[in-house]
Design a protein around this ligand. Structure first.
Ligand code: ZN
Length: 119
């Protein structure tokens, strides 16, 4: 599953199987022992970095406001997620800067809407 992609500067994903106490396989996110699918546990434990990955995807798609919402959510779940902190700082810095983009107001509205829908 691509959501397991690991940002740099972070320890590897480690979620033990509740039954076997064996860590989930990094690639398949299944227990190597009983083959239980541990993806849901991984998602709970690492929701922050999954949001971070999603934010990167939004950025690649050009949706910076959506990326910011995802980064804030990521930092709510994992406050120490340094790549997310750095990226959010970059993004908010870029927004304060006098960007010559006429659709800046639209972006702000979109961000507010997404954030409200998130609650
Ligand atoms: Zn197991």
């Amino acid at each position: 599953m691509s959501t397991a992609a690991n940002p740099p500067d972070l320890p590897p994903i480690e979620v033990p199987c509740p039954q076997c106490a064996v860590p989930a396989d990094q690639e398949s996110l299944r227990c190597p022992s009983c083959r239980e699918d541990l993806a849901v546990l991984v998602r709970l434990r690492y929701a922050g970095r999954i949001d971070y990955n999603e934010a990167l995807a939004q950025l690649r798609g050009g949706d910076a406001p959506a990326a910011q919402v995802l980064l804030r959510r990521a930092l709510t779940t994992e406050p120490d997620l340094r790549p997310a902190l750095a990226l959010l700082a970059d993004l908010t810095g870029a927004r304060v800067a006098p960007a010559a983009r006429t659709e800046a107001a639209d972006h702000t509205d979109a961000a507010a809407r997404t954030e409200a829908a998130d609650r």
